[in-house]
Design a protein around this ligand. Structure first.
Ligand code: FDA
Length: 308
Protein backbone atom coordinates (compact mmCIF):
# COMPACT_ATOMS: atom_id res chain seq x y z
CA UNK A 1 0.00 0.00 0.00
CA UNK A 2 2.77 2.43 0.97
CA UNK A 3 4.66 1.74 -2.27
CA UNK A 4 1.55 2.14 -4.43
CA UNK A 5 0.60 5.45 -2.80
CA UNK A 6 4.14 6.80 -3.07
CA UNK A 7 4.29 5.81 -6.74
CA UNK A 8 0.93 7.56 -7.27
CA UNK A 9 2.31 10.70 -5.59
CA UNK A 10 4.46 11.44 -8.65
CA UNK A 11 1.66 11.09 -11.26
CA UNK A 12 0.69 14.32 -13.02
CA UNK A 13 -2.55 12.77 -14.29
CA UNK A 14 -3.68 11.74 -10.78
CA UNK A 15 -2.66 15.14 -9.41
CA UNK A 16 -4.93 16.88 -11.89
CA UNK A 17 -7.80 14.48 -11.11
CA UNK A 18 -7.41 14.68 -7.34
CA UNK A 19 -7.19 18.45 -7.09
CA UNK A 20 -10.53 18.77 -8.88
CA UNK A 21 -12.41 16.41 -6.54
CA UNK A 22 -14.25 17.98 -3.64
CA UNK A 23 -14.01 14.85 -1.46
CA UNK A 24 -10.23 14.79 -1.80
CA UNK A 25 -9.98 18.48 -1.00
CA UNK A 26 -12.16 17.85 2.05
CA UNK A 27 -9.93 15.07 3.37
CA UNK A 28 -6.80 17.17 2.75
CA UNK A 29 -8.18 19.72 5.21
CA UNK A 30 -7.50 17.26 8.05
CA UNK A 31 -3.78 17.92 7.54
CA UNK A 32 -3.82 21.43 6.14
CA UNK A 33 -5.67 24.44 7.59
CA UNK A 34 -5.90 26.08 4.15
CA UNK A 35 -4.10 26.98 0.96
CA UNK A 36 -3.00 30.49 2.01
CA UNK A 37 -0.31 31.65 4.41
CA UNK A 38 -2.99 33.69 6.22
CA UNK A 39 -4.86 30.47 7.01
CA UNK A 40 -1.61 28.87 8.20
CA UNK A 41 -0.89 31.88 10.43
CA UNK A 42 -4.42 31.75 11.85
CA UNK A 43 -3.89 28.05 12.69
CA UNK A 44 -0.55 28.92 14.32
CA UNK A 45 -2.30 31.56 16.42
CA UNK A 46 -4.80 28.98 17.72
CA UNK A 47 -1.96 26.66 18.75
CA UNK A 48 -0.03 29.38 20.59
CA UNK A 49 -2.23 29.44 23.75
CA UNK A 50 -1.63 25.67 24.00
CA UNK A 51 2.12 26.45 24.17
CA UNK A 52 2.62 24.83 20.79
CA UNK A 53 4.90 26.75 18.43
CA UNK A 54 4.99 26.21 14.70
CA UNK A 55 6.94 25.83 11.47
CA UNK A 56 5.43 27.07 8.21
CA UNK A 57 6.05 25.52 4.84
CA UNK A 58 4.51 26.33 1.50
CA UNK A 59 3.82 23.23 -0.55
CA UNK A 60 5.32 22.92 -4.01
CA UNK A 61 8.45 21.12 -5.07
CA UNK A 62 10.45 20.84 -8.26
CA UNK A 63 9.67 24.28 -9.65
CA UNK A 64 10.30 24.40 -13.39
CA UNK A 65 11.09 28.08 -13.92
CA UNK A 66 13.50 30.36 -12.10
CA UNK A 67 10.89 33.10 -11.82
CA UNK A 68 8.75 30.62 -9.81
CA UNK A 69 11.70 30.00 -7.48
CA UNK A 70 12.04 33.76 -7.07
CA UNK A 71 8.32 34.00 -6.21
CA UNK A 72 8.71 31.27 -3.59
CA UNK A 73 11.74 33.03 -2.09
CA UNK A 74 9.89 36.33 -2.01
CA UNK A 75 6.93 34.56 -0.44
CA UNK A 76 9.10 33.28 2.42
CA UNK A 77 10.73 36.69 2.89
CA UNK A 78 7.25 38.26 3.19
CA UNK A 79 6.11 35.44 5.47
CA UNK A 80 8.92 36.23 7.91
CA UNK A 81 7.51 39.78 8.17
CA UNK A 82 3.98 38.45 8.64
CA UNK A 83 5.12 36.10 11.41
CA UNK A 84 6.80 39.00 13.20
CA UNK A 85 3.75 41.24 12.81
CA UNK A 86 1.54 38.47 14.22
CA UNK A 87 3.85 37.99 17.22
CA UNK A 88 4.17 34.27 16.59
CA UNK A 89 7.04 31.84 17.16
CA UNK A 90 6.75 30.30 13.69
CA UNK A 91 9.86 29.20 11.83
CA UNK A 92 10.17 28.59 8.09
CA UNK A 93 10.93 25.31 6.30
CA UNK A 94 11.97 25.18 2.63
CA UNK A 95 12.73 22.58 -0.02
CA UNK A 96 15.82 22.97 -2.26
CA UNK A 97 13.83 22.13 -5.42
CA UNK A 98 11.34 24.82 -4.47
CA UNK A 99 14.15 27.37 -4.42
CA UNK A 100 15.18 26.36 -7.95
CA UNK A 101 17.87 23.75 -7.28
CA UNK A 102 17.03 21.69 -10.41
CA UNK A 103 17.42 24.76 -12.63
CA UNK A 104 20.36 26.66 -11.16
CA UNK A 105 22.05 25.39 -8.00
CA UNK A 106 23.93 28.67 -7.47
CA UNK A 107 20.71 30.67 -7.60
CA UNK A 108 18.98 28.21 -5.25
CA UNK A 109 21.82 28.71 -2.75
CA UNK A 110 21.48 32.45 -3.09
CA UNK A 111 17.74 32.17 -2.47
CA UNK A 112 18.32 30.11 0.65
CA UNK A 113 20.91 32.58 1.91
CA UNK A 114 18.51 35.49 1.40
CA UNK A 115 15.93 33.73 3.56
CA UNK A 116 18.55 32.83 6.22
CA UNK A 117 19.86 36.40 6.27
CA UNK A 118 16.43 37.87 6.88
CA UNK A 119 15.42 35.19 9.40
CA UNK A 120 18.61 35.85 11.36
CA UNK A 121 18.02 39.61 11.24
CA UNK A 122 14.49 39.11 12.59
CA UNK A 123 15.65 36.57 15.16
CA UNK A 124 13.43 33.83 13.70
CA UNK A 125 15.82 30.90 13.42
CA UNK A 126 16.61 28.29 12.39
CA UNK A 127 15.39 28.24 8.83
CA UNK A 128 14.80 24.53 8.17
CA UNK A 129 15.76 22.73 4.98
CA UNK A 130 13.53 19.73 4.24
CA UNK A 131 15.15 16.59 2.90
CA UNK A 132 13.63 15.39 -0.38
CA UNK A 133 14.19 12.05 -2.12
CA UNK A 134 17.62 10.42 -2.29
CA UNK A 135 19.13 12.16 -5.39
CA UNK A 136 18.88 15.40 -3.40
CA UNK A 137 20.69 14.27 -0.26
CA UNK A 138 24.19 15.35 -1.36
CA UNK A 139 23.12 18.71 -2.84
CA UNK A 140 20.95 19.43 0.21
CA UNK A 141 23.77 18.74 2.66
CA UNK A 142 25.99 20.94 0.51
CA UNK A 143 23.45 23.77 0.60
CA UNK A 144 23.15 23.38 4.37
CA UNK A 145 26.93 23.50 4.86
CA UNK A 146 27.33 26.54 2.60
CA UNK A 147 24.60 28.50 4.38
CA UNK A 148 25.86 27.33 7.76
CA UNK A 149 29.25 28.93 7.06
CA UNK A 150 27.45 32.26 6.73
CA UNK A 151 24.49 31.90 9.09
CA UNK A 152 24.25 29.95 12.31
CA UNK A 153 20.46 29.85 12.08
CA UNK A 154 19.92 27.11 9.54
CA UNK A 155 18.73 23.57 10.19
CA UNK A 156 18.59 20.35 8.18
CA UNK A 157 16.16 17.42 8.02
CA UNK A 158 17.84 14.00 7.93
CA UNK A 159 16.12 10.69 7.20
CA UNK A 160 16.50 7.65 9.45
CA UNK A 161 15.52 5.23 6.65
CA UNK A 162 18.75 5.91 4.73
CA UNK A 163 21.79 3.77 5.61
CA UNK A 164 24.06 6.71 4.91
CA UNK A 165 22.50 9.11 7.42
CA UNK A 166 24.54 7.94 10.44
CA UNK A 167 27.75 8.82 8.60
CA UNK A 168 26.34 12.08 7.24
CA UNK A 169 25.24 13.11 10.71
CA UNK A 170 28.61 12.23 12.24
CA UNK A 171 30.33 14.57 9.79
CA UNK A 172 28.01 17.44 10.74
CA UNK A 173 28.16 17.05 14.55
CA UNK A 174 31.29 19.24 15.02
CA UNK A 175 29.30 22.18 13.58
CA UNK A 176 26.85 21.98 16.50
CA UNK A 177 24.02 21.78 13.96
CA UNK A 178 20.24 22.10 14.16
CA UNK A 179 19.00 18.76 12.86
CA UNK A 180 15.47 17.46 12.40
CA UNK A 181 15.47 13.68 12.50
CA UNK A 182 12.59 12.14 10.51
CA UNK A 183 11.89 8.57 9.42
CA UNK A 184 11.70 9.51 5.71
CA UNK A 185 8.68 9.95 3.47
CA UNK A 186 9.74 8.85 -0.04
CA UNK A 187 9.91 5.59 -1.95
CA UNK A 188 13.54 4.42 -1.72
CA UNK A 189 15.06 1.07 -2.80
CA UNK A 190 16.47 -1.44 -0.26
CA UNK A 191 19.97 -0.82 -1.66
CA UNK A 192 19.99 2.56 0.08
CA UNK A 193 17.19 2.48 2.67
CA UNK A 194 16.15 0.09 5.45
CA UNK A 195 13.17 -1.87 4.11
CA UNK A 196 11.96 -2.85 7.61
CA UNK A 197 10.13 -0.35 9.76
CA UNK A 198 11.69 -1.70 12.97
CA UNK A 199 15.19 -0.92 11.61
CA UNK A 200 14.10 2.60 10.65
CA UNK A 201 12.67 3.12 14.15
CA UNK A 202 15.87 1.86 15.78
CA UNK A 203 18.02 4.08 13.56
CA UNK A 204 15.79 7.05 14.40
CA UNK A 205 16.47 6.41 18.10
CA UNK A 206 20.23 5.98 17.53
CA UNK A 207 20.50 9.17 15.45
CA UNK A 208 18.58 11.18 18.05
CA UNK A 209 20.71 9.91 20.93
CA UNK A 210 23.82 10.75 18.88
CA UNK A 211 22.55 14.34 18.63
CA UNK A 212 22.16 14.36 22.42
CA UNK A 213 25.66 13.04 23.20
CA UNK A 214 28.00 15.27 25.20
CA UNK A 215 30.19 16.40 22.27
CA UNK A 216 27.13 17.36 20.18
CA UNK A 217 25.58 19.27 23.08
CA UNK A 218 28.86 21.05 23.79
CA UNK A 219 29.09 22.07 20.13
CA UNK A 220 25.63 23.68 20.49
CA UNK A 221 23.45 21.24 18.57
CA UNK A 222 19.65 21.42 18.47
CA UNK A 223 17.63 18.27 17.84
CA UNK A 224 14.12 18.14 16.44
CA UNK A 225 12.53 14.81 17.30
CA UNK A 226 10.12 14.82 14.35
CA UNK A 227 7.80 11.87 14.76
CA UNK A 228 4.21 10.92 15.65
CA UNK A 229 5.43 7.58 16.94
CA UNK A 230 4.49 7.86 20.62
CA UNK A 231 6.45 4.79 21.75
CA UNK A 232 9.60 6.13 20.09
CA UNK A 233 9.09 9.64 21.47
CA UNK A 234 8.56 8.20 24.97
CA UNK A 235 11.68 6.02 24.65
CA UNK A 236 13.67 9.13 23.75
CA UNK A 237 11.94 11.02 26.57
CA UNK A 238 13.21 8.40 29.05
CA UNK A 239 16.76 8.78 27.65
CA UNK A 240 16.50 12.57 27.98
CA UNK A 241 15.22 12.39 31.57
CA UNK A 242 17.83 9.88 32.62
CA UNK A 243 20.69 12.01 31.22
CA UNK A 244 19.10 15.26 32.42
CA UNK A 245 19.51 16.74 28.94
CA UNK A 246 18.67 20.49 29.02
CA UNK A 247 15.37 21.42 27.34
CA UNK A 248 17.25 23.93 25.17
CA UNK A 249 18.87 21.00 23.30
CA UNK A 250 15.77 19.48 21.74
CA UNK A 251 12.19 20.00 20.62
CA UNK A 252 9.44 17.64 19.58
CA UNK A 253 8.03 18.30 16.11
CA UNK A 254 4.88 16.95 14.50
CA UNK A 255 2.68 17.67 11.51
CA UNK A 256 -0.51 19.71 11.74
CA UNK A 257 -3.54 17.53 12.39
CA UNK A 258 -1.62 14.36 13.28
CA UNK A 259 -1.57 13.02 16.89
CA UNK A 260 -3.10 16.22 18.25
CA UNK A 261 -3.50 14.73 21.74
CA UNK A 262 0.21 13.81 21.81
CA UNK A 263 1.07 17.37 20.73
CA UNK A 264 -0.99 18.74 23.62
CA UNK A 265 0.32 16.17 26.10
CA UNK A 266 3.94 17.08 25.33
CA UNK A 267 3.31 20.83 25.43
CA UNK A 268 1.35 20.59 28.69
CA UNK A 269 4.13 18.60 30.30
CA UNK A 270 6.50 21.50 29.56
CA UNK A 271 8.28 19.93 26.57
CA UNK A 272 9.11 22.31 23.74
CA UNK A 273 6.74 21.31 20.95
CA UNK A 274 6.36 22.52 17.38
CA UNK A 275 3.81 21.72 14.72
CA UNK A 276 4.71 22.00 11.06
CA UNK A 277 1.88 23.62 9.13
CA UNK A 278 1.82 23.09 5.38
CA UNK A 279 -0.24 25.27 3.07
CA UNK A 280 -0.45 26.07 -0.62
CA UNK A 281 -2.18 24.96 -3.78
CA UNK A 282 0.33 22.32 -4.80
CA UNK A 283 -0.63 19.79 -2.11
CA UNK A 284 -1.15 16.56 -4.08
CA UNK A 285 2.29 14.79 -3.75
CA UNK A 286 2.60 15.88 -0.13
CA UNK A 287 -0.92 14.63 0.62
CA UNK A 288 -0.18 11.25 -0.98
CA UNK A 289 2.89 10.91 1.24
CA UNK A 290 0.63 11.52 4.27
CA UNK A 291 -1.77 8.80 3.05
CA UNK A 292 1.15 6.42 2.56
CA UNK A 293 2.18 6.89 6.19
CA UNK A 294 -1.08 5.46 7.47
CA UNK A 295 -3.39 3.13 5.55
CA UNK A 296 -6.30 4.17 7.80
CA UNK A 297 -6.16 7.55 6.08
CA UNK A 298 -7.03 5.86 2.78
CA UNK A 299 -10.10 4.29 4.37
CA UNK A 300 -11.10 7.78 5.50
CA UNK A 301 -10.86 9.08 1.91
CA UNK A 302 -12.75 6.08 0.50
CA UNK A 303 -15.52 6.55 3.08
CA UNK A 304 -15.90 10.13 1.86
CA UNK A 305 -15.92 8.93 -1.73
CA UNK A 306 -18.64 6.31 -1.30
CA UNK A 307 -20.47 7.94 1.59
CA UNK A 308 -21.30 11.04 -0.46
P1 FDA B 1 5.16 6.29 11.84
O1 FDA B 1 4.94 6.37 10.37
O2 FDA B 1 5.73 5.05 12.42
O3 FDA B 1 3.81 6.63 12.53
C1 FDA B 1 3.60 6.49 13.94
C2 FDA B 1 2.14 6.72 14.20
O4 FDA B 1 1.81 8.09 13.97
C3 FDA B 1 1.19 5.94 13.28
O5 FDA B 1 0.94 4.67 13.78
C4 FDA B 1 -0.02 6.83 13.28
O6 FDA B 1 -0.78 6.60 14.43
C5 FDA B 1 0.56 8.21 13.33
N1 FDA B 1 0.75 8.78 11.98
C6 FDA B 1 1.92 8.89 11.29
N2 FDA B 1 1.70 9.47 10.10
C7 FDA B 1 0.38 9.72 10.04
C8 FDA B 1 -0.46 10.31 9.07
N3 FDA B 1 0.00 10.75 7.90
N4 FDA B 1 -1.77 10.41 9.35
C9 FDA B 1 -2.28 9.99 10.51
N5 FDA B 1 -1.54 9.41 11.48
C10 FDA B 1 -0.23 9.30 11.24
N6 FDA B 1 10.09 13.42 5.69
C11 FDA B 1 11.08 13.62 4.78
O7 FDA B 1 11.43 12.70 4.04
N7 FDA B 1 11.70 14.83 4.71
C12 FDA B 1 11.41 15.87 5.53
O8 FDA B 1 12.00 16.95 5.44
C13 FDA B 1 10.38 15.67 6.50
N8 FDA B 1 10.02 16.66 7.38
C14 FDA B 1 9.17 16.38 8.42
C15 FDA B 1 8.96 17.32 9.43
C16 FDA B 1 8.19 17.00 10.53
C17 FDA B 1 7.99 18.00 11.63
C18 FDA B 1 7.59 15.69 10.63
C19 FDA B 1 6.78 15.30 11.83
C20 FDA B 1 7.77 14.78 9.63
C21 FDA B 1 8.54 15.10 8.50
N9 FDA B 1 8.74 14.18 7.48
C22 FDA B 1 9.72 14.42 6.55
C23 FDA B 1 7.87 12.97 7.37
C24 FDA B 1 8.51 11.75 8.03
O9 FDA B 1 9.60 11.32 7.26
C25 FDA B 1 7.50 10.59 8.15
O10 FDA B 1 7.08 10.22 6.87
C26 FDA B 1 6.27 10.91 8.98
O11 FDA B 1 6.59 11.70 10.08
C27 FDA B 1 5.61 9.61 9.48
O12 FDA B 1 6.47 8.90 10.29
P2 FDA B 1 6.40 8.91 11.89
O13 FDA B 1 7.73 9.22 12.41
O14 FDA B 1 5.35 9.84 12.36
O15 FDA B 1 6.12 7.43 12.35
Amino acid sequence: MRKVLLAMSTSTFLREQATQRAFVRKSVSAFMPGETVEEALAAAATLKPQRINTILTRLGEGVTRLDEAEKVTQHYLDTLDKVKAAGLDAQISVKPTQLGHDLDAVQAQRNLDRICEKAERLGNVPVWIDMENSPYVDPTIKMFRTSRERYKGVGLAMQAYLYRTAKDLEALIPLGPAIRIVKGAYLEPPEIAYPNKSDVDQNFYTLCTRMLADDALKAGSLLHIATHDIALADRLGAFIDERKIPTSAYEYAMLFGIQRSQQQRLAQSGKRTRVLISYGEYWYPWYMRRLAERPANVTFVLKNLFGG
